[in-house]
Design a protein around this ligand. Sequence first.
Ligand SMILES: [Zn+2]
Length: 359
Amino acid sequence: MLGERFKYDAKPQIKLNPLQERIKSQIESKIKNGYYKTEEVPCPICEGQAFETLAEKDRFGLPLSVVICRDCGLIQSNPRMDQASYNKLYSQEYNMLTHGEEKPTKEFFFDRYFFGQKIYRYLKEFFSKNCKDMFVLEVGCSSGGILAYFRDKGCQVLGLDIGEEYVRFGRENYNLDLRTGTFLSCPLERKPDIIIMSHVLEHLLRPQEELNFVKSLLNEKGFVYIEVPGIKNIPHNYYDFNFLNYLRIAHVYHFSLASLENLLNKNGFRLLKGDERIRSISRPGETRSSYISCYHKDLSSLRHFESVRKYMPVTPFKMRNALESSCAWLLRKVRMYALMRKLYRRAIHRIEPKASLKK
Ligand SMILES: [Zn+2]
């Protein structure tokens, strides 16, 4: 265990809105009464079964057994819910728990669109042809904001997701080719040049199978963009040096770039570019059964972040947050909040999705 505060006590790490609180209790009772079942599995990289517990709960205060593999160092949720239970969680509670909203929103779509711009810039140096000749497939596309940016750049795009409501939102409001389903249920007419998996791989129970399928789908010069939350990124943004802020019940794997590379190598991919946020670009390559253990490095990083967190009560994130909250409070007082927020977003992003009207 990383410390006493990582033991299960049902207390959330973040502020939950009333909807999230209701959904949290709903999930807790489903776990207690056995509606959600768990299973114990071997490590997907080294097949090992020797694990060390790091934490017993997630950011919402839900029970989650987070362990590190003593052999290869992959951090994972184990035991974790079985596939049937996760399917039910995704269809019944996931979006409301994560986004704190019942329906997909335009604001969420716009955020993903700007995110799409960042991904586009990250990938650009590896483009082998003009945008108008490229076919981009996104797996786990949600309402399709990322794909909308690639579509507006001229690419042919297709998005797959199991969340029917989000898929419908993107299809109906932004005229995107989005389909409900997975690789297996949606046959493709053309081999993709780029497959985007943004915040998807950490949710998959059997990432080996998905990676092998991605490999078989890609065209000759194609590559896959994989983005997952990195454990070494927790000093930054809202994680705020707190590993508990990072953990979510829906995440099965908790990668560092090294553990992700081990998984990629094992499943026949070669990492071309990557960082600890984690953004990565990989191409199909040879399959390597050997791996470099990151047990000591990753565990000592987590311990280091925890000790920094203890002795640094005022982090840069907390200072920024306090400043933003004070400004928001002041603007609300003078009834300028909505207007300033709109102007701020426009100034920061300066781009708008095309075809934003229903056709
Ligand atoms: Zn392992």
